[in-house]
Ligand binder design. Sequence first.
Ligand code: F6P
Length: 373
Amino acid sequence: MSDEAATKPKRKIRHLGILTGGGDCPGLNAVIRGAVLTAAREGVRVTGVRNAFAGLLHKSYIQLEPDTVEDLLQRGGTYLGSSNRDNPFAYPMTIDGQQRVVDVSDTIISNFREAGLDGLIAVGGDGTLAITYGLSQKGLPAICVPKTIDNDLLATDVTFGFDTAVGTATEAIDRIRTTAESHGRLMVVEVMGRNAGWIALFCGLSGGADVILLPEIPFSMEAIAAKLREDRASGKRFSIIVVAEGAHLKGGDVVVRALVNDPTEPRRLGGVGNLVGQKLEEMTGIETRVTILGHIQRGGTPSTYDRNLSTRFGVHAALNAIAGNFGHLVALKHGGIALVPLGEAAKGQRLVPLDSDFIRVGRSVGISFGDEE
Ligand code: F6P
């Protein structure tokens, strides 16, 4: 039986659930608003599930009316709460005083039915997609919406949250630039993105960085030091390096800041900026400072682009759920909305291709990617 056939509803859709899973990002609330307003106009009720799949396990719900979501368009974060630790197929629980990992997927499906829900809209990244695909294979009628500031989902041209994160990081680099100039320093700015370099590449280009370090292009300290010396020799007074948290030395490994109970990515990356900054100061003698932008990139008001993309995703998720097109991800393909089967969407990560025009353009304007011999 195909995924779609397995989840095609036999009755009219009257009641949808919606949840947000994984790390939050700007635009989640705009998706919720788009879905709720659309469903209301079709006479369909929407129940919000709190804190991702944990809400279905603990029956933690909130009724979402047009009035409830009216002011959500501009608001960052998620009104419903989120979690990247509550995988129903490997759920951490304390049983008889012992920490155990148990499969609670059947309970989640029976709670979903008990709540009178006809379909679920799950908004999330690769972890949420994989979980929802697993649940849909067990009969849960679900449709997914892709989010993440990392922009690393293969099934969609772009995820919402990315544009806002890049805007925030660019503004930070602009500010760092003025103080770098005043003191003639080397400033290293570390940005998020996990194993994908999209945020670093885009804000590095738009912020006028001298060096951009991406997970996709392992770097050498000698190459970066040579570039800095060359720039100083030609009269440049200050330098900016943007480093993705997942960037690493040729033949080296990523820098891990913490290990967490996250089924998709237990390693929390972070700290490579400090290593790069310290080493370059030693090698070049240039006074150096390091800024790790961290969760600033995930917070705050969504950009215009993200508000509109999120609204489109929310509206199309609701319309497709009401039409019974479950087992799909609502994606953006060549500027238009497309449905991608969940089984396909849950596979693979979208990394920066080495032949990306953004890399080519960067090299043409003199940016080093730390890989020169
Ligand atoms: O996936 C989004 C993201 O912000 C990554 O860029 C980052 O590595 C990770 O989440 C941080 O996760 P947490 O909020 O659990 O520290």
